[in-house]
Design a protein around this ligand. Sequence first.
Ligand code: HEM
Length: 133
Amino acid sequence: MDPQRLKDNFSQVATHGIDVAEYFYADLFERNPSYRSLFPASMARQQQVLLGALAQIVSLVDDPQQLIPYVEELGRSHAGSGVDAQHYPEVGASLVATLKYFSGDDWNAELEKNWVEAYGVVADVMIKAADQK
Ligand code: HEM
């Protein structure tokens, strides 16, 4: 995994602001309509916090000492929201689809591999922390 590549790509995608979170949730709920009811009726706050968390994760991607406790806490807080391990691959698929959409011509197989790998690590840590709660 190349941390700088992820950072560069995310900072470019993030220039699209809240549109990124809107696209992500639209894609997630289109593929998985049953997930909608896990979330509050108004998604405005959720869109903001998702972007904030992604930015935080990406900024710490080369600093496991800080990243791991942050992601563990995120995993634990999700356990109280009806989220379980089976949801994670679907969220990962929508995240990658979103990054791809906003990256346009900059997207390539190598970048996709980097994101899939990074998301896999984050998801594993979140799921384990939720299990140990
Ligand atoms: C990289 C993975 C993920 C990130 C960065 C992320 C980010 C966040 C953040 C920052 C919150 C706000 C509260 C908190 O800290 O818990 C949140 C809440 C939530 N997330 Fe996630 N999440 C991820 C994975 C998932 C997955 C796999 C699901 C399953 C569908 C999910 C569903 C939810 C739900 C239902 C809430 C609570 C909404 C509410 O009731 O206010 N998240 N997420």
